[in-house]
Write a protein that binds this ligand. Structure first.
Ligand code: THU
Length: 131
């Protein structure tokens, strides 16, 4: 199982692939599942701005498309433009969906360049759930 430091490093690498000519705000994410499998993603912007895909949802989409079925245990998020790059509201809803009740850890890099840990239930309470 990869460490928090390792998945943050993979998120950093993924941010280098960001396609963000409009915002110039690269983001990378690395999702770690209970299986031990990891999947990374970067943000992908579009000239039709609203079609932009965030790094976190790209990473989770990669996981699901590759057949991942286990719980999303951790997700590391990184932007070279900002410390503590918190997930947006839409990504929080996605993280909650695939946490499957395990209170996914959110790993961010803080001002001291150390990993800082949050939990989805703390940053996204009272979320919408159908089941
Ligand atoms: N972005 C992400 O990739 N993840 C988030 O959670 C918030 C924002 C991206 C979208 C856009 O390409 C850029 O950051 C600026 O909003």
């Amino acid at each position: 199982m990869k460490s928090d430091k390792e998945i943050l490093q993979i998120a950093k690498e993924a941010s280098k692939n960001a396609y963000c000519p409009y915002s110039k705000f690269p983001v990378g994410a690395c999702a770690l599942f209970e299986s031990g499998n990891i999947y990374s993603g970067c943000n992908i912007e579009n000239s039709s701005y609203g079609l932009t895909l965030c790094a976190e949802r790209n990473a989770i989409s990669n996981a699901i498309a590759q057949g991942e079925k286990t719980k999303l245990v951790k997700i590391a998020i990184y932007s070279p433009k900002s410390t503590k790059c918190f997930p947006c509201g839409a990504c929080r809803q996605w993280i909650q969906e695939f946490s499957m009740g395990c209170n996914t850890e959110i790993i961010l890099e803080n001002e001291d360049l150390n990993e800082e840990l949050y939990h989805i239930n703390d940053i996204f309470p009272y979320s919408f759930k159908l089941i």
